[in-house]
Design a protein around this ligand. Structure first.
Ligand code: ATP
Length: 492
């Protein structure tokens, strides 16, 4: 029977092998913040690169951006974050722990096969919250909660040194708004035409009420977001397209089909502007094996661009109110919104409209965790346990390791030459210390797909062994064929 991976196994492997460390560990650590170590940074870079390749490089209809984390405060007023980006929380009267109301479970609720839902603040506030049978996840008390209250999720900071012009700013809670704010810049500087997308990968910050499960939910994290602009009326077709395309991205990178699903949002989860939303969920090994969101794909209609048109019209009020967002109401003028500054002119049909947006929004850290969990395996080999990460080659932090069998007879020099040649093409690792079997095991645990060994036969016929991580089979390959052989296998 296949072993069920536990999160503790992953956390311990990550620390032992230098994938992920607790932030500020030498000072006792900072909760919910993590640092990616030497293998982790390569893995995360590979996840980013795989997303970018699929979303931008391989497509003619998507371009990229890299926007600043700090943006004009009016961006967050227009987007709705300044007023509404909050979670409804309740505090346990026994232990004072605050929990998101939508994360509380009923006393007798079956945890098995549970899907976590994020009910929108509007819905949560509007629906009567009966917490009398809900359990505190910290102390286990039942029905001991305060009245639910909203908790703002954006991090605040101050910008500027002068008292007169310094102002309160927010760290972006999502990367998407940088894309909407640059929609016109991209239209004006490229020849791209609708339907087209703008993609961005970058850090986002949310003062999450509870953080949990290692890098699954943290307060600083990385998102990969794509805003795909299309003509109203074609949005449902593109929504279906992106659903399938994003699901397949995970499968093509090795996630097992039985661990991945698409879950349509219930009406009480939908943000008021969203026409439809679906989550790509992964069966994470937390609790009793929960389905949890990896990525959301939403039909955001023309909401964001319309909101920013209203924001632009409201800019004068921002100055008049002494830059106090709480005193501002967004302009209600909507009569000319179809021809406003963020509208799109369709050359062929000679019409002007505000495009609809389909948004696939993924988490780089969350998907990195899913790739780690899914690749993790343990098996018995000749009475010993072999730990390995069966990463897809595109994600493996090290693609090829090169070893001399022993440290004599010129083997290290030949192995070094091979290593120096191959590292021009992909991430390689050279190791000559200890028994070769142990070196193989270390690479298995790091997820390295291939190990090359220079041995006695290499000195006679210039062939080396290439060992496959998953099957442990070895084949002999001539050194002049090595690069081609590996490229074919690694698909790089
Ligand atoms: P949740 O319900 O889990 O709080 P969300 O629905 O608020 O998530 P989105 O706003 O849709 O999340 O963000 C898109 C993606 O960004 C998520 O699917 C996830 O992969 C990632 N993400 C969001 N919040 C966090 C976080 N606190 N830590 C790590 N990744 C996150």
């Amino acid at each position: 029977m296949a072993k069920i991976t536990k999160l503790e196994d992953i956390v311990s492997l990550c620390k032992r092998r230098g994938f992920i460390f607790q932030s500020s560990e030498i000072y006792g650590g900072l909760a919910s913040c993590y640092d990616y170590g030497p293998l982790g940074v390569e893995l995360k870079n590979s996840v980013r690169a795989a997303w970018w390749k699929d979303a931008v490089q391989m497509r003619d209809d998507v371009v990229g951006l890299d926007c600043s984390i700090l943006m004009h405060p009016m961006v967050w007023k227009a987007s709705g974050h300044a007023d509404k980006f909050a979670d409804l929380i309740a505090e346990c009267k026994k232990c004072n722990t605050r929990t998101r109301v939508d994360h509380l479970t009923e006393k007798a609720e079956e945890a098995e096969e549970e899907h976590t839902k994020h009910i929108s603040l509007d819905t949560a506030m509007a629906t009567a919250q009966d917490l009398s049978n809900k359990v505190c996840p910290n102390c286990g008390s039942v029905g001991q909660f305060t009245e639910p209250m909203p908790f703002k999720l954006m991090f605040e900071t101050q910008m500027g040194a002068n008292i007169d012009d310094s102002m309160t700013m927010h760290l972006r809670p999502e990367t998407a708004q940088g894309i909407f704010a640059n929609f016109k810049n991209v239209l004006d500087t490229t020849r791209i035409k609708i339907p087209f997308g703008i993609a961005q990968i970058g850090k986002s910050f949310r003062n999450e009420v509870t953080t949990k499960a290692f890098i699954f939910r943290t307060r600083e994290f990385e998102q990969a977001e794509l805003e795909f602009f299309c003509k109203p009326g074609t949005d449902e077709k593109w929504y279906e397209y992106w659903k399938e395309s994003r699901f397949n991205w995970y499968i093509n990178l090795g996630i097992k089909k039985e661990n991945l699903c698409l879950r349509n949002h219930d009406p009480d989860e939908l943000a008021h502007y969203a026409k439809a939303c679906v989550d790509v969920e992964y069966k994470f090994p937390f609790g009793s094996g929960d389905w949890q969101e990896l990525e959301g794909i939403a039909n955001r209609t023309d909401y964001d661009l319309r909101q920013h048109q209203r924001g632009i019209r409201t800019l004068n009020k921002w100055f008049e109110s002494d830059r106090d967002l709480t005193k501002i109401e967004l302009s209600k003028e909507a009569e000319d919104y179809q021809s406003g500054p963020l509208s799109y002119f369709d050359d062929e049909q000679k019409t002007r409209y505000i495009p609809y947006v389909i948004e696939p929004s993924a988490g780089i850290d969350r998907s990195t965790l899913a790739f780690l969990v899914d690749a993790y395996d343990e098996e018995e080999v000749r009475g010993e346990t072999r730990n390995l990460l069966r990463f897809h080659p595109a994600l493996a932090p090290v693609k090829v390791a090169v070893f001399p069998l022993v440290k004599r007879d010129g083997m290290p020099e030949i192995a070094q030459n091979i290593y120096n040649d191959l590292k021009k093409y992909f991430n390689c690792f050279y190791d000559e210390k200890g028994a070769v079997g142990r070196r193989y095991r270390r690479q298995d645990e790091a997820g390295t797909p291939f190990c090359i060994t220079v041995d006695g036969q290499t000195l006679q016929d210039t062939t080396v062994t290439v060992r496959d991580r998953d099957s442990m089979d070895q084949v002999r390959v001539s050194t002049d064929q090595l690069l081609n052989h590996l490229r074919e296998k690694l698909e790089v």
